[in-house]
Unconditional design. Structure first.
Length: 313
């Protein structure tokens, strides 16, 4: 009756396709742009690309090409002992023999099929058995015989629209996180590996006639001047030493911060300590009235503050 949910089996509403691996002895099969899916690629619900790619000759010699929107299911591998990867591909892709591609028949919408599988993920995992050497396996006959309940096509459309909208938001957030992470890595490399701020300062000093400071590839030879940070500031060549008294509360505060570093400070200190970064001598929690600098390199004239206003709390 129209409007009622129908009991059926997975094999009655989908076609199962098996993949394969083109010969590794033919390098020309592996120099193309067609994605080739294996277990290592199936780590996200929406799959846009893969680590390996095959050529058009590879597609027609040992594997199978399925269209965008197809659902891929891992049917063999150690991953099945803990999880069941299910992916929707966003472009035509090929896949290996450990993966099954599911294509919907007329009674099920293509955008609803992945959610039908996700909704039965626990039952699918219960079908996993051992194929030897600790490898999990999903038997194709048992997969096809799995009982499922299908709503009418109109309800399938509504369900797929709601869940698809949520997945689109999740995918957007994931891409934003990847972009921000890449920006953070680039910034870290610029500041603490390539020392771009120091290079820029050196270039400026040359323009202003103050050459003779640090050059890329050369160690920053001297540590802090004798006594620096303990209240005694090194004297210029033609002057007597100058004693600078640090406020006791600021000095105590710096010591307290050294004893209670943040996770970010601990991680960065592992990279900076003992002149590990370009031979530069860094001090941590260095008092500079009225502030305490997280990290300070005297020779480079560089201060690093990781956590903004946290020290003001």
């Amino acid at each position: 009756m129209a409007g009622e949910w129908v009991e059926t089996t997975l094999g009655e509403v989908t076609d199962f396709l098996s993949g394969g691996t083109p010969s590794k002895d033919r390098p020309d099969y592996w120099v193309g742009s067609v994605p080739w899916v294996s277990a290592k690629d199936m780590k996200r619900f929406r799959l846009h690309d893969t680590e390996d790619h095959v050529s058009e000759h590879g597609v027609s010699n040992g594997t199978k090409l399925v269209p965008a929107g197809s659902v891929l299911l891992l049917a063999r591998g150690m991953t099945l002992l803990n999880d069941l990867p299910i992916c929707v591909i966003s472009r035509p892709m090929t896949f290996n023999q450990d993966v099954k591609a599911l294509r919907p028949k007329q009674s099920v919408r293509s955008d609803y099929l992945p959610y039908l599988l996700l909704g039965n993920k626990g039952r699918l995992l219960s079908l996993v058995d051992l194929a030897g050497h600790g490898t999990g396996r999903l038997n194709s006959d048992e997969l096809k015989a799995l009982d499922v309940t299908l709503p009418p096509l109109s309800e399938q459309r509504a369900i797929a629209h709601i869940l698809g909208t949520l997945d689109d938001k999740i995918e957007l957030n994931r891409r934003m996180s990847e972009t921000l992470e890449a920006m953070a890595r680039a910034l870290f490399k610029s500041w603490f590996v390539d020392f771009d701020p120091v290079r820029a300062k050196h270039a400026l000093s040359k323009v202003e006639g103050m050459d003779g400071r640090w050059r890329r590839g050369s160690p920053l030879h001297s540590p802090l001047p004798a006594g620096e940070g303990s209240g005694v500031r090194a004297a210029p060549p033609d002057r007597a030493a100058v004693t600078v008294s640090l406020p006791a509360d600021l000095r105590d505060f710096a010591r307290e911060l050294r004893r209670h570093t943040t996770d970010a400070e601990t991680l960065l200190w592992r990279l900076l300590r003992n002149r590990l970064m370009a031979g530069a001598k860094f001090r941590r929690q260095h008092p500079l009235p009225p502030y305490v600098l997280d990290f300070y390199c005297h020779d480079a004239g560089l201060a690093v503050e990781l956590d903004g206003g946290q020290h003001n709390e």
